[in-house]
Design a protein around this ligand. Structure first.
Ligand code: 6R9
Length: 644
């Protein structure tokens, strides 16, 4: 890492970047030395408040109590729409690019206002009010953004569930936060394949008696079942709705949304974000990290079902009055040039995607890129997992023609927005490093015992203090919030990631140190996959670990013990895959399933995952000491039968 190549700061072709090296250092210093003054200034600059706050920051990590801008009143939908109407009513807020290259829509800020108001009025007509939870299960169409902003407008709390999740996963999320209303579409389509969203919703709702209304956006004219007492044809209802809806006055600390994410244990957690601090954080990071300037066309390829979609397709860019591109399709359809054709078609200036997509496109070869112009591009971004040097260099050289800086942005669902990233005008780049902390962010590296390490170091990545976009709680379970993030090392926020810091103070994220997998940038707990496998009547026990995968970053390797005498065969294997698809969704399908007569366990019965990981990684020579195992001989069987 210390001998890695450094790319100097590039002069942008047409813009002076917002932040240069000297300004970064000055602002960073102020942000940590005089946080109240710094954040006050930023909160005035980035957000329109109906009433000023009483306290800037009120944080106590020992009690997992986090509050920013208490007493301040605002509305997120107002900040993302209404305040732009004066100058930007005709400017494009959302460019929609459909799954097929001949489908597009352009939605101006005025149209966005009208659509969001209609959706808000529709929700109100079904009794939705401030504080109620609304589940959004949608394809990547503008209506997903309308729905989110409509909730924000009336103070309802949205819970967006990724359209790739199964009915079972949808159901558990609806029940956990007691959503009474679901907004969905008849169907979605990705890469030419139909996603039956309404049918999935019908299945999920069999066990959700409290859901009284389902709004169905007709997108594909798909054949669907209809429950007249519950289902509402949104396209029809919309025609009766007024395009004006007053905004609800919200406290900075009123909830904005819940988003479920996986942890190392238990069922997915409902990460709770609030209004004022979150919006400030995403607006500010969007402007400075992507060096966003008025008039730029900005494209983040994430799905609205993930935090990246929330913060950097909708809330951050729209708070800044940007033009944000919403893409329904996939990078490889109809051809592997699609991303770059979309860049050319809409003259995209800022492009933000995930390493897994970069690696997949890199594998196809340079021609698919080189046949396109990409002259409009000025900046490239990466998010979701560590980016390997080879993929970084390819992105930089082939996609960006050595012209565009890359911002490798490290953050999490829990952090709300980016915490560690280069600023394009201020940070010399080192491929593979997320570089330096954003304003107000104070990372530290701890050793196993919780000692803070100085200078060049390697250990657990933690945060010493709060930032405005930090999650505030786990929905319905504040103790779990404390236990998961603040109990390991008192006084610190524990990220769950490992990191190195080099002699220049740059951070290099090494990946999760807990039992969380990151498969193609999708986060999932090993326990979730195991729980699904264990549902099979013939499975006695299972253990799931990750292993390095060329395209996905991490692949899923499952070890399965069957009940007495059962022999593993292709039929059972398929049944296991089906169960996982049903319980979680296709993204959680194991890449490898190995039959195991037994698992390596300590005498107290704890599975030694370290050993299973080495077997899955095919690094059996470094398995190390197995003498503490109850029965060391089981390891040899697993080694001999490993799948490679
Ligand atoms: C935004 C998002 C969070 C986990 C995180 C880390 C990994 C994200 C990264 C990165 C290295 C980056 N991660 N960005 N690792 N470099 N630039 O992805 O949120 O889905 O909650 O995942 O993803 O391991 O802890 P989320």
């Amino acid at each position: 890492m210390s001998d890695s190549k450094t790319y100097p700061i590039k002069q942008f072709s047409t813009h002076t970047p917002h932040i240069d090296e000297e300004k970064y250092l000055r602002m960073y210093q102020q942000s940590v030395q005089e946080p109240d003054k710094f954040w006050s200034r930023m909160a005035h600059e980035f957000i329109d408040w109906f009433e000023p706050w009483k306290t800037v920051k009120n944080v106590d990590y020992k009690n997992a109590s986090i509050k920013w801008f208490e007493g301040g009143k605002l509305n997120v939908s107002y900040n993302c729409i209404d305040r732009h109407l004066k100058d930007k009513a005709d400017h494009t807020a959302i460019i929609w690019e459909g799954d097929e290259p001949d489908q597009q829509r352009y939605i101006s800020y005025q149209e966005l206002h009208d659509e969001v108001c209609k959706m808000a009025n529709a929700l109100k007509s079904r009794g939705v009010k401030k504080g109620d939870r609304v589940c959004i299960y949608m394809p990547m169409i503008p209506e997903v953004g309308f729905a989110m902003l409509a909730c924000a407008r009336i103070g309802a709390v949205h819970s967006v569930v990724f359209g790739g999740f199964s009915p079972e996963a949808l159901k558990s999320r609806i029940l956990d936060s007691d959503c009474r209303v679901v907004i969905t579409a008849d169907a979605g389509v990705r890469g030419g394949k139909t996603v039956p969203l309404k049918a999935n919703t019908d299945k999920a709702l069999k066990d959700c008696p409290n859901v009284h209304s389902v709004f169905v956006v007709k997108h594909r004219l798909a054949d669907i079942d209809w429950h007249a007492e519950r289902d509402i044809d949104y396209n029809e209802l919309k025609t009766e709705m007024e395009p004006e809806c007053p905004v609800e006055t919200m406290d900075a600390e009123d909830p904005l949304f819940i988003l479920y994410t996986s942890g190392s244990t238990g069922k997915p957690k409902g990460v709770l974000h609030t209004s004022g601090g979150y919006l400030l954080h995403v607006a500010m990071t969007h402007k400075y990290i992507f060096d966003y300037h008025d008039g730029d066309i900005y494209w983040c390829t994430a799905d609205a079902g993930w935090i990246t979609g929330h913060s950097y397709i909708f809330y951050g860019p729209l708070a800044n009055g940007a033009t944000t591109l919403v893409f329904e399709g996939v990078p490889s359809y109809p051809t592997p040039s699609r991303f770059w054709q979309v860049v050319d078609k809409h003259k995209v200036n800022i492009f933000y995607t995930a390493p897994t997509a970069i690696r997949a496109l890199m594998a196809v070869g340079d021609d698919a890129v080189k046949s396109t112009s990409r002259k409009s591009l000025r900046l490239l971004g990466s998010v979701g997992e560590p980016i390997n040097v080879e993929a970084w260099e390819w992105y930089y050289k082939v996609v960006g023609d050595e012209r565009c800086p890359i911002v490798d942005t490290w953050w999490q669902t829990e952090t709300g927005g980016i915490l560690i990233s280069p600023l394009p005008g201020a940070t010399p780049l080192k491929p593979g490093s997320a570089t330096r902390p954003f304003f107000g962010v104070q990372p530290a590296i701890l050793d196993q015992d919780g000692n803070e390490l100085d200078g060049k170091a390697s250990g657990y990545l933690v945060m010493k203090d709060s930032w405005p976009g930090q999650m505030r709680s786990v929905y319905g379970d504040h103790d779990r919030f404390f236990q998961t993030y603040f109990s390991q090392y008192s006084g610190y926020y524990f990220t769950g990631d490992g990191a190195n810091r080099d002699e220049d103070g740059y951070y290099w994220i090494t990946g999760r140190v807990d039992d969380v997998l990151n498969v193609s940038g999708h986060r999932m707990g090993t326990a979730e996959v195991e729980n699904a496998l264990d549902l099979h009547p013939l499975v006695a026990e299972s253990a799931v670990v990750g292993y390095p995968h060329d395209i996905k970053g991490q692949g899923i390797y499952a070890f399965v013990i069957f009940k007495n005498g059962v022999e593993f065969n292709d039929e059972i294997k398929q049944q296991l895959i089906d169960i996982i698809t049903e319980e979680i969704g296709p993204i959680a399908k194991p890449d490898k399933i190995q039959w195991a007569p037994d698992l390596p366990k300590t005498r107290s019965g704890k599975i030694m995952r370290r050993i299973l990981r080495k077997i899955a990684e095919n690094q059996v020579e470094s398995i190390g000491d197995t003498s503490t195992l109850a029965d060391p001989s089981v390891v040899q069987h697993l080694i001999d039968n490993r799948l490679h």
